[in-house]
Design a protein around this ligand. Structure first.
Ligand code: ADP
Length: 484
């Protein structure tokens, strides 16, 4: 197998910095691709905590003037993850969240920060770091959306470009005045370039100008070509449909493995599901829920937003509780939803509880002990938590959209008879259908032998990165061959 070199550019990578699934994907894909003969180096911003974790990184390129200050690109390796850090303190060396200031509003210079990331990525793509000449550049989400633009409007030859959309809801749209700061030629501001309804669109630019576009599940790749899910970009996505491809995400099955998970009280596999009882008990204690082994314990590990259907969970709470269920929530998000969850906790002590943190070990404990995972998303590009749930024998209750449609097999009678059935699906994402799904879930729970069968089916699923990595590797090789 010949060696292929890829430069990935993203705003997050687990474990260095994570606010969502993007970080998991960017962090895990390189190791899986290495097994396919693809070497990935990943450029991420030098946020304060990234700088701290890579203090020994060596400088491979300097940029004396990058959006108002000097910048350096530094290379390091963190547990085998080959990282390139954009060390630009005036843009990234700040406390807190990568995108939001202490006031929970977007940093006012996000347009400049992520234009800088893309410019640095484009420089590396063109060989700025000695000895590194990538065949393919892989841009993730809007924060890297300008990379294909810089390469497209720059001199030939250039490496092939892939734009991966992890969530079309976040687009990086900025006023036209930003264009003058980007250093792109005047003709780049046009319908076939970076212009987006009179503004500058970073994700739009990537989708318009990359050689190939991927998104994180086949169903989402189809959905986003329609006005309903296209979020204003469906016309462009239809136009580019011949180079648009869905590759489902995987999870790192070493990090997420109930047989070796250091965060859970009792480790287990599909042959000893009864061990989960102790984890459930520990989880109930952690959340202050009644220590009832027979209560159907639902977990939510998620941002609390309209996308994730968090409002529907609150609306259907009476049904969930009526059937004897409990609800443990790990997550934070929209202020109003957080407020409503807090009120629900007060109204139902011992039956509803929330931890409003980002807590990686607790996320593991939720999967190790909960019975079901609730994911009533209105749209879901792929979703990772349902994949983790499958691996841990937590039964996912999901809306039939995007990656949830692709990864969960509804436990209908027919599916169960055929030895399939890994969760409960419902559609459309409405209060009524979620109520019906909760009802079905409770009925399945009452027959524990059926429930255990669903758990075992779930745990047999291939949710790792091997297959998707193979698809990425094939795509990268095709693009590199064409570009050569
Ligand atoms: P998103 O749309 O937020 O990216 P995904 O399901 O694709 O949703 O990925 C979410 C990732 O973030 C998963 O790894 C999940 O376990 C993790 N996660 C979400 N909320 C929390 C939280 N409060 N604490 C710890 N991990 C979380």
């Amino acid at each position: 197998m010949s060696h292929l070199s890829v430069l990935a550019i993203a705003s997050e990578a687990f474990p260095l910095v994570k606010t969502g699934g993007l970080a998991d994907v960017v962090g895990a894909l390189p190791a899986a691709l290495r097994r396919e003969g693809v070497a990935v180096r990943t450029l991420i911003p030098g946020y304060r905590r990234v700088l701290a974790a890579t203090w020994d990184a060596t400088v491979v390129h300097t940029m004396p003037a990058l959006h108002g200050g000097a910048a350096r690109i530094r290379a390091s390796s963190v547990d085998g993850f080959d990282v390139l850090v954009l060390d630009a303190p005036h843009l990234f060396d700040r406390p807190g969240n990568p995108y939001l200031g202490p006031d929970r509003k977007a940093w006012p210079d996000n347009a400049q920060r992520f234009a800088a990331l893309a410019a640095a990525g484009a420089a590396l793509a063109r060989g700025a770091a000695a000895g590194f000449a990538p065949h393919v550049v892989h841009a993730h989400d809007w924060q890297a959306g300008l990379v294909p633009a810089y390469l497209h409007f720059g001199p030939a030859p250039r490496p092939a470009t892939v734009m991966t959309v992890h969530n079309l809801a976040f687009q990086g749209q900025y006023p036209r005045s930003v264009f003058a700061e980007l250093g792109l030629p005047p003709h780049a501001f046009g319908i076939d370039g970076v212009e987006y309804y009179g503004d500058v669109g970073y994700l739009k630019a990537g989708i318009a100008l990359a050689d190939c576009i991927t998104t994180v599940s086949p169903t989402y790749a189809a959905e986003i070509r329609s006005p309903d899910a296209g979020m204003g970009l469906d016309g462009l996505l239809r136009k580019r449909a011949d180079v648009l491809l869905g590759i489902r995400n995987g999870i790192d099955d070493d990090v997420w493995n109930p047989a070796s998970d250091p965060h859970i009280a009792v480790r287990y596999d599909a042959t000893c599901l009864e061990f989960r009882a102790q984890n459930k008990n520990a989880l109930q204690a952690r959340f202050g829920l009644a220590p009832d082994p027979d209560a159907l314990l639902f977990a939510i590990v998620s941002r609390l937003t309209w996308q994730k259907g968090s409002d529907l969970v609150l609306d259907t709470l009476p049904e969930l509780l009526h059937t004897g269920g409990q609800l443990a929530v790990l997550g934070s998000g929209d202020a109003e939803l957080e407020h409503r969850f807090a009120a629900a906790v007060k109204a139902h002590p011992g039956r509803v509880a929330i931890v409003r943190d980002l807590d990686e070990p607790l996320a593991h404990q939720m999967h190790g002990g909960a019975d079901a995972l609730l994911m009533p998303s209105r749209f879901e590009p792929c979703g990772l938590t349902q994949l983790i749930a499958l691996r841990y024998g937590v039964v996912p209750v999901v809306a039939r959209v995007g990656g949830l449609a692709d990864t969960i097999v509804d436990a209908s009678e027919m599916a169960l008879a055929a030895g399939a059935g890994t969760g409960i699906q419902f559609a459309p994402t409405t209060r009524e259908m979620l109520e019906a799904a909760l009802d079905r879930t409770a009925r399945l729970w009452r027959d524990r032998s059926v429930w255990h069968r669903i758990q075992r089916h779930a745990m047999r699923c291939d949710v790792g990165w091997r297959r998707p990595a193979r698809e990425y590797a094939t795509l990268f090789r095709q693009l590199a061959a064409r570009a050569a």
